[in-house]
Design a protein around this ligand. Structure first.
Ligand code: KIV
Ligand code: NA
Length: 265
């Protein structure tokens, strides 16, 4: 596929081709992620944690998300760019939700937005979709509701929560979402959802029976090291590699090793 669209993703599911998705928040990293062939780049509100150092995703603002998204957009040739609507910009009323989504689309050039939740935000989702803006859903562990859950543990282990999640996934498909992220739920339930909707299900901590996977870039590269959920596979240990490189630089400056004869004018 030359350029990924929301249509491409639905076709990929129909053809049984798995979808790769990673987060990015800035130009330089997005350029690498896009060049490596990742299908979907999520400008996640995890920027609140990863970029800004907040404990939760709640504090990040719409302006800050637009700044990250526009930086990412300038880097990409192929990937579909999805941007999280941050907490407080779409839950209170559908008109505000649409205004927030329009700001993201106009001011960053992104291709789609993502929102957390099910039937509580159905009217907001419909309003955004009616304006021609593609919407990705997000169910299961939804970090913007962390103070309601109390913990970041696995969601939908109990029957009622599992049934509600299936209902919400079907509703998101029915109203016209192009894909759904399922975060930290039992693999069996995620597989069941993926088999019962025709739109792609992208999992994070949701097992192998779904249509694609997403991870936070800085986690999978091992730049962060305090966060160790079972679902996180680290492909590098950049925390250690970067620490070693930077302390080597400090030593070289102190010892006058850097710059040498060939590194000066
Ligand atoms: O903000 C984010 O990074 C996300 C993914 C974990 C799905 O929403
Ligand atoms: Na998010």
């Amino acid at each position: 596929y030359k350029r990924i669209t929301v249509k491409t993703l639905v076709d990929m599911k129909a053809n049984g081709e798995k979808i790769s998705m990673l987060t990015a928040y800035d130009y330089t990293m997005a350029k690498i992620v896009d060049g490596a062939g990742v299908d979907v780049i999520l400008v996640g509100d995890s920027a609140s944690n990863v970029m800004a150092g907040h404990e939760t995703t709640l504090p990040i603002t719409l302006d800050q998300m637009i700044y990250h998204a526009s930086s990412v957009i300038r880097a990409i040739d192929r990937a579909l760019i999805v941007v999280d609507l941050p907490f407080g910009t779409y839950q209170s009323d559908p008109k505000e939700a649409l205004r927030s989504a329009i700001r993201i689309m106009k001011e960053s050039g992104a291709h789609a937005v993502k929102v957390e939740g099910g039937k509580e935000i159905k009217d907001s989702i419909k309003r955004i979709l009616n304006a021609g803006i593609p919407v990705m859903g997000h169910l299961g562990l939804t970090p913007q509701s962390i103070y309601k859950f109390g913990t970041y543990t696995v969601r939908a282990k109990e029957e009622q929560e599992a049934l509600d999640l299936i209902e919400n996934a079907k509703m998101l498909e029915r109203v016209g979402c192009f894909a759904i992220v399922l975060e930290k739920i039992p693999a069996k339930l995620a597989k069941q959802v993926a088999e019962n909707v025709s739109i792609p299900i992208i999992g994070i901590g949701a097992g192998n029976g779904v249509d694609g996977q997403v991870l936070v870039l800085h986690d999978m590269l091992g730049m962060t090291h305090e966060f160790n959920p079972r679902f996180l596979r680290r492909y590098m240990n950049l925390y250690e590699d970067m620490t070693n490189a930077i302390s080597q630089y400090v030593d070289d400056v102190k010892s006058l090793d850097f710059p040498n004869e060939t590194e000066q004018y």
